[in-house]
Design a protein around this ligand. Sequence first.
Ligand SMILES: [Zn+2]
Length: 153
Amino acid sequence: MPRNDLMDIATLPSGEKGYVAREDLPAGAVIASWQESAVDSEPTKFTIQVGRGRHVDADEVRFLNHSCVPSTFVDATTGNVVALHPIAAGQSLTFFYPSTEWGMTAPFDCACGHAGCLGKITGAEALPADVLRRYALNDHIRELVAERGVDAD
Ligand SMILES: [Zn+2]
């Protein structure tokens, strides 16, 4: 069952569109979910990777922006966008793109402004395991990291 009734679309200070919380949300709240029919085999600038060769293009996730200190987790297994911690009404809804994306069609320089900002975001493939370990990751990313083997450093 798709839902997106807990978020609004807003124009952020950066000029980009992004989702914000419509109301105060507790940790663990399911903020949005997508329909299985939204799953496609081809990635685009707007899709979210939910498995190998599986990408979601749906309004429920299209305007979730990246942050290196995210407020939500996009759960590829359940199809839910979940609050990682309590989120105040009006706060930006963000997730860590490498938690779903192995490689990205449109890498970018992150401007999240957090102390731990990773800078250029190109997907999990480009990140060392010790950085990825700080984040909640989806199964397909964990598997791909394991297959990549031990980091050379
Ligand atoms: Zn950042």
